[in-house]
Design a protein around this ligand. Structure first.
Ligand SMILES: [Ca+2]
Ligand SMILES: [Ca+2]
Length: 289
């Protein structure tokens, strides 16, 4: 379904999740130029899981011990010291992380530090999306030693191979002066001096752009299937070279130095069947009627 938007700074609502293509058209007296970015926008479905709300009694701030800043990937979130109790940022604060199982992720947690005993930290991602933060979903633990540096505590973790890209995961970060034995919602039973702090976030793992096809060099080929001509429309880059191969890998056409954003490929002479069209080295499958 296509939606035409003509306003400046539009607000767009998406009824369903998926990948969306954006086509930008600019017009002035000299003419019209169009740029198409294929599947450049990914809309992630909201989580259907209900998470329990961690509640603690109102903290007077006297101990000055709480989580005050969280950094992970694209996420930075500062919170007031001590007064906020459980806070759910899962709709507003999302950490975007590249899906690289070999890379080490750095979750940085800053706390206020005036306690006289250690402040303990634990972080989880609900990788199986069952609404519970389980032992095998622990990212790591950290300890803030009293009256030491204000530097954040870093919890390093790897992304499991089973992770699904472009999906919301819930991350929960917990801090307390007491050893954190609870994992989910039993904070009241474990509360010690009202110093516990719990914050929820969302995490989305996206395809690693260094290995995925570059969206900036996507092309649209239309119509497909075709009875003859195929219009190739450039993305951010000009169309430089087009090759056409048959299913046996035989090169049928080889056009170089095109250097336009729109190219008409004439396949009229070809028999009915499947062909592979390579545009600037990117493969597309075309059905010739
Ligand atoms: Ca906080
Ligand atoms: Ca879980």
């Amino acid at each position: 379904m296509e939606q035409l938007i003509t306003q400046t700074n539009p607000v767009v609502t998406f009824a369903s999740a998926g990948e969306y293509t954006i086509k930008l058209t600019v017009t002035n007296p000299a003419g019209t130029h169009t740029k198409t970015m294929v599947n450049v926008l990914k809309i992630v479905p909201p989580s259907a899981v209900n998470y329990c709300t961690n509640v603690r009694s109102t903290f007077t701030g006297g101990y000055g011990t709480s989580i005050t800043e969280v950094n992970l990937g694209t996420l930075t979130n500062r919170t007031l010291d001590g007064f906020n109790g459980y806070e759910n940022f899962s709709c507003s604060k999302i950490a975007l992380l590249p899906t690289d199982e070999t890379a080490v992720m750095n979750l940085k947690i800053t706390t206020s530090r005036y306690a006289t005993v250690n402040y303990n930290l634990k972080a989880f991602i609900d990788y199986n999306n069952n609404g519970l933060f389980e032992a095998e979903e622990l990212l790591g633990t950290g300890t803030v030693v009293p009256n030491t540096s204000l530097a954040p505590v870093t919890i390093n973790f790897n992304i499991p191979a089973s992770v699904v890209t472009n999906q919301l995961y819930r991350m929960r970060i917990m801090g307390d002066l007491r050893a954190i034995n609870y994992m989910n919602c039993d904070m009241y039973g474990e509360l010690f001096m009202n110093t516990a702090d719990v914050e929820d976030y969302s995490v989305v793992f996206y395809e690693n752009l260094s290995t995925a096809p570059q969206n900036s060099t996507s092309f649209s080929l239309y119509p497909n299937p075709t009875s003859g001509n195929v219009q190739i429309q450039g993305g951010q880059d000009f169309i430089e070279a087009v090759q056409v191969y048959d299913v046996n890998g035989r090169l049928l056409r080889d056009v170089k130095q095109i250097n336009t954003s729109l190219y008409m490929l004439d396949l009229t002479a070809l028999h009915t069947g499947i062909y592979f069209v390579k545009v600037n080295g990117i493969n597309y499958k075309i059905l010739k009627k």
